[in-house]
Design a protein around this ligand. Structure first.
Ligand code: THU
Length: 163
């Protein structure tokens, strides 16, 4: 038996101004995507912006339904749309932001487990790390791949390989 430790490195920014221009643009797109949120039940609005390998930005927002489980998170709305419309383009990075009645939440938006699993699959499909940017009003966190927000990913296609 050996005791092991898992260490995750990530970048912490006080605001988008500290980020590189492409990431600033993605954060702005995620914030803009909030406009499309349909969230009459939770009143929690989420925006996501996904950059593809060619620079194209795809936006998504949470879409709720009276039959609650039928709704979909912002991240998956963006990823599934991109997967359907740009099937040959790898995903480069995704930014996510949450907003409540007071505006953009202070703490970074944290994707649900299902969205992390879907990110993991598209990362494998694309064959390159998918960077994840979690946006809050008071801080922004950037992770260099999905593995860092989903340790010990289930991925029968990848068989344990880590980026
Ligand atoms: N939501 C997202 O859009 N992304 C997440 O990762 C977590 C939750 C949405 C789902 C629902 O419409 C609302 O936030 C409240 O849970």
């Amino acid at each position: 038996m050996r005791k092991r430790k898992l260490v995750i490195d990530y970048l912490d920014f006080a605001s988008a101004d500290e980020m590189e221009p492409l990431d600033q643009e993605l954060v702005a797109a995620a914030i803009d995507a909030i406009k499309g949120s349909y969230s009459p039940y939770s009143h929690f609005r989420v925006g996501a912006a996904l950059r593809l390998e060619d620079g194209t930005i795809v936006k998504g927002s949470n879409q709720e339904n009276n039959a609650y489980p039928a709704g979909l998170c912002a991240e998956r709305t963006a990823m599934f749309w991109a997967g359907a419309n740009y099937p040959d383009k790898a995903f480069d990075s995704i930014a996510i932001v949450g907003s409540d009645e007071n505006g953009i939440c202070d703490n970074p938006a944290t994707p649900c487990g299902e969205c992390r699993q879907v990110m993991a699959e598209y990362q494998t499909k694309g064959g390159r790390p998918l960077k994840v940017i979690l946006v809050g009003a008071k801080k922004i966190q950037k992770f260099s791949c999905v593995d860092d927000i989903l340790p010990f990913i289930f991925d029968s296609l990848k068989s344990g390989e880590v980026f």
